[in-house]
Design a protein. Structure first.
Length: 188
């Protein structure tokens, strides 16, 4: 099994476990009946997305290639660190990691456009570069779906900046306390 498939399997298992924990194993929603994040679920959003979650061009390889602004709430008090992962769910070879960020303080509630906070660490993406790798699906392909997942962690990861995607995601999934996801899409 390739490292990318291991990462995809671990991430999928973590997301499913997070959804089950967040909603008691019920209907797949991490929201309580009152519309607020359920216990163990983080609400992740971005005011920069277009209609139906379209990722605007400026956040892709066809634009400035900057990361979109993100905001969140519902981080458990027990969290010691936050981590963020961006994956292309429709990449031809399986999921493709565009961004990993960790060492986010649990009191941080947002990331600005094109930035990671001071003190945060970023890993390599599947392009082989550090930091945010903008979505860049093949021209003419059906829309690719991109999943931002924010993880609340039980303990600091202790990873050095530049960790490869499988190492970073493996450590994140191992220490996961809660998570929240935001899906977007882009087509060229």
């Amino acid at each position: 099994m390739t490292a990318r498939r291991v990462v995809a399997a671990l991430t999928c298992a973590a997301l499913l476990a997070g959804l089950a924990a967040g909603c008691g194993g019920g209907g797949g929603s991490a929201l309580s009946s009152a519309g607020r994040p359920a216990l163990g679920a983080i609400h992740l959003s971005s005011g920069a997305l277009g209609p139906k979650g379209l990722l605007p061009r400026r956040f892709t390889c066809d634009g400035a290639g900057r990361s979109p602004p993100l905001a969140w709430s519902g981080v458990p008090a027990a969290a010691r660190e936050l981590a963020l992962v961006l994956e292309d769910m429709d990449a031809p070879g399986g999921r493709f990691v565009h961004w990993t960020v960790w060492r986010l303080r649990p009191t941080v509630t947002r990331l600005g456009e094109g930035s990671a906070p001071t003190g945060a660490a970023q890993g390599r993406n599947d392009f082989g570069k550090m930091g945010y790798g903008p979505p860049c699906p093949p021209r003419g392909a059906p829309p690719h779906h991109y999943l931002f997942t924010l993880y609340a962690l039980r303990a600091p990861l202790g990873l050095a900046p530049g960790a490869d995607p499988s190492t970073a995601i493996g450590a994140i999934v191992r220490d996961k306390l809660a998570s929240g996801a935001l899906q977007t899409y882009y087509r060229r």
